[in-house]
Design a protein around this ligand. Structure first.
Ligand code: HEM
Length: 367
């Protein structure tokens, strides 16, 4: 994984994320059309659970951007991984029983079966692409799989070269790392903009002044200041990844305390983001204006805002995620206004990432 990280890191700057823009826009257009058809058959407003819709959206984006033309197989893989995540959480409840994962329970058997199916599908996609690159001289393509295989080809026989198993593991990681997190960000953003219509209006005004009703483009997305402030404030209040976990590899001193090797450490991002000593008494309030002059002004140059992690293992998909979120939010604001449904209950809770426990129901209206 370390090598893969070194390999991939330079491949996700914003110019690479830019090449993913057509995939973002195709997937967002599908979502918008499905909302428009729901509204067409209604009396002008319609309740939807954005939690499910955004998971489908970000799953589609990851499928298209990971596997390009093999997008439908990719979609099946990500559906299986979603099922797997739920089953892992179920299994966690019994982890106190030693060796539980080896018991032939229905859940454990299905988890093994899912793993085999995912690996088989991924192996098929990878081999098909490698064959196309070798035999037909086709380019690796501009999707994430293509970037990895191209990078592998360029590393020749060096130790940086990833095995098929490594590539499979990377592809699986994209789902967990890239799909859940971005759908969480979009979900809390709409929830919060439903709670604060004044910020929803300000964001819409900005989007309409930059794009009108046209399809958002890369340059314009980079100029959205209010939208960026809103996304940062949502990432502060509702960081999709609530903690970072580390294990000491050797005896070391941290904050004046000496830890032996093998100690598990947890850095609670969410608690640092909610610390009144850092952010002020209004720490729990949604105030995007904190970020009006950027992150370093908002944090007074302290390392207190790190929704994408920090240091050598910082998220490699942060430009990708921010661009995807800006594209989706802009296209939604161009066409709809929304408010929270009376059936919505505010209950953020952690299932690996920060979910809305009872869904995120909003009432949608066409503009
Ligand atoms: C709002 C969206 C996202 C958030 C909040 C987020 C957050 C994070 C965080 C906190 C880490 C660091 C984990 C650690 O240090 O232990 C991380 C790592 C990672 N992220 Fe993201 N992420 C997001 C989107 C994405 C996307 C879209 C992708 C892929 C396209 C992605 C790929 C990765 C990968 C591969 C790693 C692992 C890097 C490594 O282990 O070295 N992430 N992410």
């Amino acid at each position: 994984m370390g090598d893969a990280q070194e390999d991939l890191e330079p491949r996700f700057p914003s110019r690479k994320a830019q090449s993913m823009l057509p995939a973002f826009s195709t997937c967002c257009t599908e979502l918008i059309s499905s909302w428009e058809s729901k509204l067409a058959g209604s009396d002008g407003s319609h309740e939807i659970d954005i939690w499910e819709d955004f998971q489908n959206l970000t799953g589609d984006v990851i499928s298209r951007t990971s596997f390009g033309s093999s997008f439908m197989e990719g979609r099946r893989i990500f559906q299986l991984q979603a099922e797997q995540a739920e089953r892992i959480i179920k299994a966690f409840q019994y982890m106190y029983i030693p060796g539980y994962l080896f018991f032939p329970t229905e859940n454990n058997k299905r988890m093994k079966q899912i793993n085999r199916e995912i690996e088989g599908l991924l192996r098929g996609i990878i081999e098909k692409r490698e064959r196309a690159m070798e035999n037909d001289g086709l380019s690796s393509g501009n999707d994430l799989l293509g970037l990895m295989l191209q990078s592998n080809k360029e590393s020749g026989t060096s130790r940086m070269r990833m095995s098929t198993e490594d590539v499979i593991e990377e592809c699986k990681l994209f789902y967990f790392a890239g799909m859940e997190t971005t759908s969480v960000l979009l979900t809390w953003t709409l929830v919060v903009l439903g709670m604060h219509p004044e910020w929803q209006d300000r964001a819409r005004e900005e989007v309409l002044s930059v794009f009108g009703k046209d399809k958002p483009n890369f340059d314009g997305l980079g100029r959205l200041k209010t939208v960026t402030m809103i996304l940062y404030e949502v990432l502060r209040l509702y960081p999709p990844a609530v903690t970072l976990n580390r294990k000491t590899s050797r005896q070391m001193q941290i904050g004046g305390i000496t830890y032996p090797a093998g100690v598990l450490l947890e850095l609670p991002i969410i608690m640092v983001h909610h610390n009144p000593d850092v952010w002020g008494k209004d720490v729990l309030e949604f105030k995007p204006e904190r970020f009006a002059e950027g992150i370093s002004k908002a944090t007074k140059d302290q390392p207190v805002f790190f929704p994408f992690g920090w240091g050598p293992r910082i998220c490699i998909g942060q430009n990708f995620a921010m661009l995807e979120a800006k594209m989706a939010l802009s296209m939604i604001l161009q066409r709809f206004e929304f408010q929270l449904s009376p059936s919505y209950t505010h209950a953020p809770y952690t299932v690996i990432t920060l979910h809305p426990q009872h869904g995120a129901q909003i009432i949608l209206k066409s503009l």
